[in-house]
Ligand binder design. Structure first.
Ligand code: SF4
Length: 262
């Protein structure tokens, strides 16, 4: 890692300084990408989406306090092995064939980091017998780069799931660590995907009143409705699950949630 580890944003703690997610994306790419290769920690098949082969990557440009992914998010320089798009596709194919599933995805991080890696991998999926690639993203980089949305939209086997973290600027900073103005980027990402004609839907951590108040949820729904009413109709609303990494990150951030009521 050529960067100063002291300057790299880890998990959030009380009194943190809000960061620019685009800058963190750039710093993270320097750690988790090399040419068109990207660091992966494992490949496996899970039961979500009715069964999907998953490549578990390292690195994200947000620091959500409820994030469940392992510590490779916070300490990416310590985890993973670089895989070329061809090697990652081969590993995904191997676990998919073993489990007899036709769907693939990247998880455990932000898959849009390392654009050349992702696009080359999607190209391989497009030209394969696999049915679908689900691109789970926080929407930051697609919001900052309209061409990225256009390139993703060219792949007919790709469905994007944009996961929103907050309904207001202030809540975005509190929950993700990103500076308030970067709250706009995922919404711009949605606009970019819409205008590009991409297959996508929106998810939000909005079904959990411990994480999102009723008023904040209403602001989020209203913002989505101002883009397109179908975004609200098709919204996937999530709750926080008590993974040990989630609990530890909440604890580091000084946030206490009651789990017994759920
Ligand atoms: S929840 Fe998603 S966007 Fe947030 S830090 Fe974790 S991997 Fe990144």
């Amino acid at each position: 890692m050529s960067l100063s580890c002291e300057r790299y944003q880890r998990y959030l703690e009380p009194g943190f300084t809000p960061f620019d997610p685009l800058e963190l994306a750039n710093q993270t790419e320097q750690i988790v990408c090399r040419g068109d290769s990207r660091r992966y920690t494992k490949f496996y098949c899970t039961g979500v989406y009715g069964g999907i082969a998953t490549g578990y990557t390292c690195g994200c440009c947000l620091r959500c306090i409820f994030c469940w992914v392992n510590w490779s998010r916070d300490f990416p320089e310590k985890y993973g092995v670089f895989r070329s798009p061809a090697a990652a596709f081969e590993e995904l194919s191997r676990v998919a064939h073993k489990a007899r599933v036709l769907q693939l995805r990247i998880s455990g991080a932000e898959p849009t980091l390392g654009k050349s890696h992702l696009l080359a991998l999607l190209e391989k999926v497009e030209n394969s017998a696999f049915r679908l690639f689900i691109l789970e993203t926080n929407g930051i980089l697609i919001g900052a780069d309209p061409d990225y949305a256009k390139q993703i939209a060219c792949f007919k086997k790709v469905h994007t799931r944009v996961s929103l973290k907050a309904g207001t600027r202030q809540a975005f900073t509190t929950k993700t660590g990103g500076k308030p103005e970067s709250f706009e980027l995922p919404f711009q990402g949605i606009v970019n995907l819409l205008e590009a004609g991409a297959s996508f839907h929106v998810a939000a951590m909005s079904a959990d009143p411990r994480i999102m108040t009723k008023q904040e949820r209403e602001r989020l729904l209203s913002r989505l409705a101002s883009i397109h009413s179908a975004l609200v109709d098709n919204l996937e609303e999530e709750v926080v699950d008590p993974y040990h990494t989630t609990l530890e990150r909440l604890q580091h951030a000084g946030v206490k949630l009651q789990w017994t009521q759920y």
